[in-house]
Write a protein of this length. Structure first.
Length: 107
């Protein structure tokens, strides 16, 4: 299982200077049959980054009909699909939280 972070944007946006490296990495993960996961904090960071830069990103024309928040959410969904990645909530399983006795909102 591979947890993905900033490689997601480089993989999705071809004009990114790290696109080729990200594409190679993603292809290697795919070939090895690795599950690709994205943690909730990474998902929040991804949405925040995209929503801040939505005007500067080169997006297909159909995004123009959406409001800024819808565009950002839609791009995040496409970034995850493009990477073959699934979001996962691993906050309950965080060993530091268990060891320190931290509680989450659900527990």
């Amino acid at each position: 299982m591979a947890y993905l972070t900033n490689v997601l944007l480089s993989h999705y946006f071809v004009e990114d200077p790290n696109h080729l490296n990200a594409a190679r990495l993603m292809e290697n993960l795919r070939r090895r049959g690795e599950e690709r996961r994205v943690s909730l904090p990474t998902l929040v960071e991804l949405y925040a980054y995209i929503s801040r830069r939505i005007g500067a990103l080169k997006l297909p024309p159909h995004y123009a009909r959406l409001c800024k928040e819808e565009r950002a959410a839609d791009v995040v969904i496409h970034v995850l699909k493009h990477a073959g990645a699934q979001p996962v909530d691993n906050t309950q399983a965080d060993p530091c939280k268990r060891r320190c006795g931290w509680r989450t909102s659900s527990g």
